[in-house]
Design a protein around this ligand. Structure first.
Ligand code: SF4
Length: 205
């Protein structure tokens, strides 16, 4: 553990190795978060089966400190969007994301969550969850294997390692705004585009 925490710019003398760790606040803050990411119990379609496999004994997600899938967004800091994102489901997904406390991360697992997959341009499917939520890691595949998801989780850990406590958005004044919840009418509508929709409708009329 001390190897992971020691900062290479502050060498520890040989006789103190194992007894003393010299590190930075950023490094210990990131190390503790990256080693205890709690994903939400949440699956949308076939990709979710592979996610479940990743949590079972053969692949053993607990090696990464991530085995505690939480049944509530309020105790989760990772949303794995695993499966086809339908227009009917998007408002619920965004609502769950808003209910997660910061810091929070999103993994788009599979072709559907990343860009619509085989259903892209379908009448009932969204072309990627990144149209609504900030995605940190994309895991390609249809479906991605459990190994691919584990690789995506490692990439997320690497991303967490690079964050700095002085720059992360959740400690900035004002904090982050919640993502506006999309509205399902005749089609799915993003409230951030209402003004543009009104304008276009007026032109058509
Ligand atoms: S990417 Fe493929 S396996 Fe995953 S939800 Fe879509 S269709 Fe199913």
């Amino acid at each position: 553990m001390s190897d992971e925490l020691n900062h290479p710019d502050f060498p520890v003398p040989d006789e103190l190795q194992g007894a003393v760790t010299v590190t930075t606040l950023d490094r210990i803050y990131n190390w503790s978060r990256r080693s205890s990411v709690m994903p939400m119990v949440f699956g949308l379609a076939c990709c979710a089966i592979e996610m479940i496999c990743a949590a079972a004994s053969r692949f053993d997600i607990s090696r990464f400190g991530m085995e505690v899938f939480r049944a509530t967004p309020r105790q989760s800091d990772l949303m794995i969007v695993s499966g086809t994102v339908t227009k009917k489901m998007v408002p619920q997904i965004v609502r769950l994301y808003n209910q997660m406390p910061e810091p929070k991360y999103v993994i788009a697992m599979g072709a559907c969550a990343s860009g619509g997959g085989p259903f892209k341009e379908g009448y009932n499917v969204v072309s990627g969850i990144d149209k609504y939520l900030p995605v940190d890691v994309y895991v390609p595949g249809c479906p991605p294997t459990p190994q691919a998801l584990l690789y995506g989780l490692i990439k997320l850990q690497e991303k967490i390692d690079k964050q700095s406590i002085s720059q992360v958005p959740w400690y900035q004044p004002g904090g982050n705004e919640a993502v506006p919840i999309p509205v399902l009418g005749p089609d799915i509508m993003d409230p951030r585009q209402f003004e543009m929709i009104r304008r276009e409708t007026a032109v058509e009329a």
